[in-house]
Ligand binder design. Sequence first.
Ligand code: ADP
Length: 255
Amino acid sequence: MENGLVVQIEDVSFRYENENVLEHVSLTVPKGAFLGLVGPNGSGKSTLLKCVLGLLKPNSGRIFLFGEPIESFREWHRIGFVSQKANSFNRSFPATVEEVAASGLAAKRGLFRPLTHEDRRAVEAALAAVGLSGLAKRNIAELSGGQQQRVFIARALASKPDLLILDEPTVGVDARHVHEFYELLGDLNRRGLTLILVTHDIGTITDRVTDIACLNKRLYFHGKAEEFEHLGNEAISQFYGHPLHVLSHEHERAE
Ligand code: ADP
C-alpha cells in the first residue's frame, strides 16, 4: 500500500563476511524529497544502495519501496539508477546519444525488438529534459564528461521513474559543469521526481538538496539540509573522521 514514502529502511544491518558495514540504519525518503546521502569513502553508502536496489539482502532489518516490502516489490521500472562509472567512454565507442538514451528501454523490451513509437517519444522527452535534444545524433564519445552524465540521466528518465538514484554522479564532470548538473537535478526534483544522490563530497551538496543523511556504518544525522548546516563546520568535518557523539566526549576530555 503506497503511503507517501518512496523508500523506508528499518533497522538494517549488513556485514560482508566478518566486517560490519551497516549497523541498525533506519531512514525514510518521502515522495518529492531530494536526499543527499553522504559519508566518507568506505562508509557503506554503496552497500546501502545495493540493499535498496535489491542486489544485496540485509542480515537484519526491513526495506519497503513505495510501501511494498522489497521481497515482493515488482515495479522496478519506477526506480532509475545512474552509476558512478557511467561517463567514461573511449573515443571509439560506437553509439549515438539517442541510442544510449534508449538502451534502458531496449534492454527491458528484449534484444532485437524494435522500440515502439511511444518509447521513441519517451527518449526524445528525456533528452529534452536534460537539454541534449540537439546532440541526439552525435557519437556519445564526442561529448564532455558532464554531457555524457546527462545522457545517462536521460537513459534513466526514459523509463519515467518516480525515484532516481545517483551514485557519485559528478565524478568525471568538470567543475564548470557541476553547477549546471545540480541545476538540472533541482529542476527534475521541482517537477516531482524523488531523488537520492550519494556522494562523499559533502561541501558541494548542502545547498542543493532538501534532506541530508550522514552515514558511517551507522546513521549520524538525518534531517533537513538547513538543520545540517546549523551543525557547523567543525561537527561536519569531525563526522568524516569519527562518530559525532564520540568526538563530543573527546572534546570534553580535552578541555
Ligand atoms: P562507500 O560506498 O561508502 O565507499 P562501500 O559500501 O563500498 O562504501 O564499502 C563499505 C565497506 O565494505 C568498506 O570497508 C569496503 O571495503 C567493504 N566492502 C565493500 N564491498 C565489499 C565486498 N564485496 N566484499 C567485502 N567487503 C566489501
